[in-house]
Design a protein around this ligand. Structure first.
Ligand code: APR
Length: 307
């Protein structure tokens, strides 16, 4: 039987996720949005593109959650961006309502689904989705680490002129300016980044990685990044559907790992058919551990506000 992935929120990231997933030809796709006609229009446009690239995937758009019935994976991208005059808390509570509704509606129709959460602040939204859906922690995962690590990989590749395939970067922590790029573990074809790049250049790459989302927002002026976040979601869905046991950084529920409890937080995870199969604990330096704890504070505060 064919896999089914439903994407809630057919905006920039949702529709681009559908695009990347259709190219992978791993599941039929459903786009759901509150805007009338928009998910239907985007789904039809994408469906009409598939003969050109030779992919056999059904793509459907709807304003009704019943279309998501029987999904293997539910991706939640629905949400509001921050507007002038809005505080982070306003965004937290506004998006919490949207994510709560999307979770309630999708779990009803897809009781076995694995949830991938993108809506920001994503660590808090993943926590909320787990509580609202009432599912085991391994069935909810937040997208951020692959994106943050991919940004760092892209910057290293630009700096060195070496294939992105040779560049392995690991960014942990919350999805914010306090994220923790691991420069010791990151490497180029096995050689630690710290041995290849002069300290000044490496610091500049770490700084640019931390502010990677903001750099795009400033350039775009309206909206935020979507190609890279969507590509990251597609990789996670692929790993889950193919039961790949793929190790990638992602936001997972912690129960004592890294000394953290009862929060979703960016850590190395192993993804397979049951979702988060494992949280992997790296041996961190004192400084890395301290940075991680600092980053965790922000995530814990957001979750506390939701409670
Ligand atoms: N149900 C379904 N869809 C909704 C709802 C809702 N209750 N509320 C809003 N949406 C839809 C919007 O209509 C819009 O099409 O969510 C979509 C969000 O798309 P964009 O505004 O294009 O935002 P995008 O760039 O895709 O980012 C999605 O990810 O970066 C985070 O939190 C950020 O909200 C943002 C989300």
């Amino acid at each position: 039987m064919k896999n089914k992935v439903s994407i809630i929120g057919a905006g920039m990231t949702g529709s681009t996720t559908a695009h990347w997933l259709a190219e992978r030809e791993i599941a039929d796709l459903v786009l759901v949005d509150v805007v009338e006609g928009m998910p239907q229009g985007k789904a039809l446009d994408l469906q009409e593109a598939l003969p050109v690239i030779g992919k056999d995937v059904k793509v459907m758009g709807s304003n009704d959650y019943s279309a998501t019935a029987g999904s293997d994976i539910v991706v939640i991208t629905a949400g509001l961006p921050r507007k002038p005059g809005m505080s982070r808390d306003d965004l937290l509570f506004a998006n919490a309502e949207i994510v709560r509704h999307a979770t309630e509606e999708t779990i009803k129709y897809s009781p076995e689904a694995i949830f991938i959460i993108l809506t920001n602040p994503l660590d808090a939204m993943a926590y909320l989705a787990m509580k609202v859906a009432g599912v085991a922690p391994h069935r909810v995962v937040g997208q951020a680490g692959i994106l943050d690590s991919a940004r760092m990989r892209a910057f290293v590749a630009m700096e060195l002129g070496i294939s992105v395939e040779n560049i392995h970067c690991y960014v942990l922590g919350g999805h914010g300016d306090e994220m923790v790029p691991l420069t010791r573990a990151s490497n180029v074809a096995g050689v630690p980044l710290e041995d290849i790049l002069p300290a000044g250049r490496l610091d500049a790459i770490v700084d640019r990685t931390r502010k990677g989302g903001g750099e795009i927002v400033t350039l775009l002026k309206t909206g935020s990044a979507y190609y890279a976040p969507a590509a990251a979601i597609a990789q996670m869905a692929d790993a889950i559907l193919k039961d790949k046991h793929l190790i990638v950084p992602a936001s997972a529920y912690l129960q004592g790992e890294y000394g953290l409890n009862d929060i979703f937080f960016g850590v190395p995870t192993q993804l397979g058919r049951k979702g988060v199969e494992k949280v992997i604990e790296y041996k961190l330096s004192e400084k890395e551990m301290a940075d991680l704890q600092k980053s965790a504070q922000g995530c814990a505060e957001n979750i506390a506000k939701l409670k």
